[in-house]
Design a protein around this ligand. Structure first.
Ligand code: SF4
Length: 177
């Protein structure tokens, strides 16, 4: 199965990146924000009130961030369209699910990228199995973390395919994280 959309669709999300993630005051963010606290620029509909002026107001980091489709998946698939603004009891669970699914989607992106390598049929099969397992892991922290480690080991085992490929550096990021 490779049906998961790894492109963000903010219109179908409940502002989860603006809630779940932390950021530090820097050249990318004008303020400090702790994980699990809504950004003060979010409105009651989970929309950014400064969306068109984010760069101008010091929130370039928001523009650069990509949830890889984790936000809408958590909102629509896992929480069935409910959201933490209407039901505050969902705030913690949605944050947790978002960070977990984001990590899963990061793995899926790397696996999709690895598909361009001239893999042996054994490795291609292994890659497909990992993809399916990650896609089916939902927001289970234990499962996703175990599969993330497995993905990291698998990608490391592919070093010989891309030793001279700059893409190798990217795959290494996952291995060392
Ligand atoms: S500035 Fe806008 S996009 Fe950035 S975290 Fe706040 S609400 Fe979200």
């Amino acid at each position: 199965m490779e049906n998961l959309d790894l492109r963000a669709d903010c219109a179908r999300c409940a502002g989860l990146c603006c809630l779940a993630l932390s950021f530090d005051r820097s050249s990318l963010f004008a303020i400090d924000k702790a994980a699990g606290h809504p950004c003060p620029h979010l409105d009651d509909c989970a929309a950014c009130t400064i969306h068109l002026r984010r760069a101008e107001l010091g929130f370039r980091g928001c523009i650069e961030f990509d949830c890889l489709g984790a936000g809408q998946r958590v909102t629509q698939e896992i929480f069935k369209g409910r959201n933490w603004i209407e039901d505050r009891s969902l705030l913690g669970p949605m944050c947790q699910a978002f960070t977990t699914v984001l990590r899963a989607h990061e793995c899926l992106l790397l696996l999709r990228e690895a598909k361009i390598l001239p893999l042996s049929s054994f490795d291609r099969q292994r890659l497909a199995e990992l993809q399916t397992a990650i896609e089916n892991a939902g927001a289970s922290i234990q499962l996703v973390e175990a599969l993330r480690s497995e993905t990291s080991r698998f990608l490391s085992s592919l070093q010989s395919y891309f030793r001279d490929d700059p893409e190798g550096e990217r795959l290494n990021l996952l291995r060392t994280s």
